[in-house]
Design a binder for this molecule. Structure first.
Ligand SMILES: Nc1ncnc2c1ncn2[C@@H]1O[C@H](COP(=O)(O)OP(=O)(O)OP(=O)(O)O)[C@@H](O)[C@H]1O
Length: 294
């Protein structure tokens, strides 16, 4: 397990990361989300030891992380940083060897990963000849080649087409299922919701929410969808509700005062047929908007 304890980093007057604490647990996919400039990249850089820490510490398996531990992690930095002019396979073999794999094993694992990401035919191309999405796939492979003990990935899904997103998601799940802790940042909340077990939401350098996706969703507003056989515009008059949307006979409302949903249902039943009255779990995007606005 990776434990991040009170990490803080300032750039001049800006406190980019301010007393940030959370765990990245073994065998679990942890999504790291937050608006532009929230401090995700800065936090990941400190975890990987490529940026100095002003306060706080990073623990790996219960003790302060060492450079040797960090070398065994798989890291996909925001700035990427492969060599555009080098051939794809040569580059991956070189990187795998740097991580300590013998030549034959390095070649075999690089080829297997290229195959998996649909890039086997591009192995002899220079990186710069590949599309940006394919360059991104190569970058991901570079982080995975050596059988990392933890994964720290900065926006691994950005720029990928849907089939590469699926391949990437499968690979992250696979790594997690072998007990590896996986932390990845993303702006794609639908993807994070689909993929993650846990979530850390950062806002202005601070942790604003952390927990299981279902747990966070359960803390969100309680909404109901009401479908009638006639216009539902009158729901705006019901006390204790926030009307999110009304379109003809269908309304989406949020309960502000306990019990308001019962009053709503009674009123609806008195006015005609109720075709549907169901609780709606808020999407992660709604939770995110709510906590980010705090
Ligand atoms: N090297 C640096 N020098 C000065 N300020 C920096 C530096 N790196 C980051 N910052 C500032 O720190 C804050 C956090 O930036 P960071 O890149 O960590 O956020 P982020 O959550 O990764 O954002 P994004 O989603 O846009 O990539 C921002 O205000 C940024 O301008």
């Amino acid at each position: 397990m990776l434990e991040i304890e009170g990490l803080t980093r300032r750039f001049g007057d800006v406190t980019a990361v301010d007393d940030v604490s959370f765990d990245v647990r073994d065998g679990i996919l942890t999504g790291f989300v937050g608006g532009n400039g929230a401090g995700k990249t800065t936090t990941m850089r400190m975890v990987m030891g490529v940026l100095g820490i002003d306060a706080g510490r990073v623990l790996w398996q219960g003790r302060p992380v060492t450079a040797a531990d960090q070398r065994r992690f798989g890291y996909m930095p925001e700035e990427r940083g492969l060599y555009p002019k080098q051939r794809v396979l040569d580059q991956l073999v070189y990187l795998a060897r740097l991580k300590g794999l013998p030549d034959a094993a390095a070649r075999r694992t690089a080829q297997e990963h290229l195959e998996r990401f649909g890039l086997a035919e591009r192995a002899e191309d220079r990186l710069q000849a590949l599309s940006l999405g394919n360059q991104q796939r190569v970058q991901i492979i570079a982080a995975l080649l050596h059988g990392p003990t933890a994964l720290v990935l900065d926006e691994p899904f950005s720029g990928l087409d849907p089939s590469a997103v699926d391949a990437m998601a499968d690979i992250l799940r696979e790594h997690a299922s072998t007990g590896v802790p996986v932390l990845f940042s993303s702006h794609q909340l639908d993807l994070v919701e689909r993929l993650c077990d846990r979530l850390v939401i950062l806002g202005h350098g601070r942790v604003v929410a952390v927990g299981g996706v279902d747990e966070l969703r359960a803390q969100g507003p309680v909404r109901y969808r009401l479908a009638l056989d006639r216009d539902a515009g009158w729901v705006r008059e019901v006390r204790g509700l926030h009307v999110v949307d009304v379109e003809g006979p269908v309304a989406l409302v949020e309960v502000v005062e306990d019990g308001a949903e019962q009053a709503l249902l009674r009123e609806a039943a008195g006015r005609g047929a109720v075709r549907e009255f169901t609780p709606v779990r808020p999407a992660l995007a709604d939770i995110y908007r709510e906590v980010a606005a705090r």
